[in-house]
Ligand binder design. Structure first.
Ligand code: SAH
Ligand code: SF4
Ligand code: F3S
Length: 431
């Protein structure tokens, strides 16, 4: 039986795409190689969001070439966001790659795997759902992005917004539930844009409602949120529906209106804060995560200070921060100058990382001595790991609980995770 190995870089969307490709390859009789060195087909699912992500793929491609030069025989496929509509440049730089495939364009890889034609009249991929890899799963619901923020390459690589029909999404969730999945995360670059391009009138809340009725699923998550698309109806659905976790990932990117304008984010700081206020009004304990880019073209000290001030005001549970990386083809790359010195970017990055460590430690400390509900995702060496509804990582002693909801009493915290014991074990600890 021929074997494959898929190496995945980038975001949750890529993780979902890789599992779908794996399912498709399984369907045509291939199997996943137990060790990556011996696979007949090596697939890299790439990310282009920053130069660093591309560099990792380049490094791996050079290693694979050396393996080929040593006489090892296998095929190399590159898929994902590094692959644009034209591949001439890539082909010139990496002539040893056998197949190039754009994000979610799986057919060229099937062809490389020896399936000459999709004989299923186009149904092969729509009916191939991502292979579950544990009790949690990602479900892409809207592909692409229509926002065109000036710094961002994603719309150029993933194309315009396309929502999947609600019936298809719910079918996939039912399939996942039947295969042991307990928690689904609905994915979109701006996930609340789900349904805008459909005639059926469905929105993200419609999907939430549909999943409430699916046995086996105990938690629904969703990302990534975009303030302008977050309607009251969607926020109310998160508050009202028991399975939907009160956990929002809402990238703000900057806390300064002029900078937001140059990024073409399409909202002001006040509009962003109004959404956060509404969320907190409906769900005082909602957990909030955000993304920040520091050092975008012409970002001044004052603009950066406004970002810091916003972060101090909101007190996010999690802050993902990155330094601006110019992406070829984007508006910022063509029309703005990458003029913030590298050291300044590094300093600003550091300031936000410090702030994040402080705020998340303080938030995690609030869990000390309390019980939290954890969906157990995996176990290793006698210890289990899972997450709270708010997305906090929890470690505790115990095994045999993967896929179950358990109560954990927290007795130790760090900035990044909670540690505790199964609530039932508490009496033992006291004795
Ligand atoms: N759709 C989401 C995020 C998509 S990309 C949103 O609207 O925010 C994921 C994250 O990568 C972004 O939130 C941003 O913080 C970061 N990012 C995107 N382009 C970048 C660039 N050119 N340089 C540095 N970080 C970038
Ligand atoms: Fe990129 Fe902006 Fe779309 Fe997010 S909303 S994927 S940052 S263009
Ligand atoms: Fe994701 Fe990277 Fe593409 S963040 S959408 S894999 S550019």
């Amino acid at each position: 039986m021929p074997t494959y190995h898929i190496w995945t870089l980038g975001c949750q969307m890529n993780v979902a795409d890789s599992l779908k490709l794996a399912s498709g390859l399984d369907r045509i009789g291939w199997s996943e190689s137990p060790d990556e060195g011996s696979a007949d087909l090596f697939v890299i699912n790439t990310c282009s969001v920053r130069q660093h992500a591309e560099d990792r793929a380049y490094g791996r491609l050079h290693q694979l070439r050396q393996q080929r030069q040593r006489g090892e025989q296998f095929q190399i496929a590159v898929m994902g966001c590094m692959v644009g509509p034209k591949t001439d440049d890539l082909q010139r730089r990496f002539p040893w790659v056998d197949v190039w495939a754009r994000p979610q364009e799986y057919d060229p890889i099937l062809t490389a795997a020896g399936v000459a034609r999709d004989a299923s009249e186009g149904e092969f991929w729509t009916e191939t759902y991502g292979r579950p890899s544990g009790p949690t799963a990602y479900v892409p619901v809207v592909h692409g992005c229509d926002k065109f923020c000036t710094y961002c390459i994603v719309p150029l690589r993933r194309g315009r917004e396309r929502s999947r029909p609600a019936a298809e999404v719910l079918d996939e969730v039912r399939y996942l539930a039947a295969h042991g999945v307990r928690e689904v995360t609905l994915l979109g670059q701006t996930v609340e844009a789900y349904g805008h391009d459909l005639d059926e009138g469905a929105d993200l809340a419609t999907l939430f409602e549909g999943i409430e009725a699916i046995d086996g699923i105990v938690r629904t998550r969703f990302l990534t949120s975009y303030p302008k698309d977050m309607t009251d109806r969607i926020i109310d659905a998160v508050a009202d529906l028991p399975k939907v976790c009160e956990h929002f990932n809402i990238p703000v990117q900057s806390g300064d209106d002029a900078m937001l304008e140059r990024m073409r984010r399409g909202y002001t700081v006040a509009e962003y804060e109004e959404r956060v206020e509404y969320i907190r009004k409906r769900m005082p304990h909602a957990s909030l995560a955000t993304d920040i880019i520091v050092g975008c073209p012409s970002e001044t000290d004052e603009e950066f200070a406004n970002t810091v001030a916003l972060l101090e005001r909101i007190q996010f549970d999690v802050i993902h921060v990155a330094a601006y990386s110019p992406r070829p083809g984007t508006f910022a790359y063509r029309k703005q100058v990458d003029d913030v010195p590298r050291e300044v970017k590094r300093e600003r990055l550091h300031v936000i990382e410090e702030l994040h460590a402080r705020s998340s430690s303080a938030i995690n400390r609030q869990a000390l001595g309390r019980q939290v509900e954890v969906l157990v995702e995996r176990e290793q060496d006698g210890r289990s790991t899972g997450r709270t509804r708010g997305g906090q990582l929890v470690h505790f002693a115990g095994t045999g609980l993967v896929g179950q909801l358990v109560d954990v009493a927290v007795d130790e915290v760090t900035a990044w995770s909670l540690h505790g014991r199964l609530a039932g074990d508490l009496t033992l600890a006291v004795v």
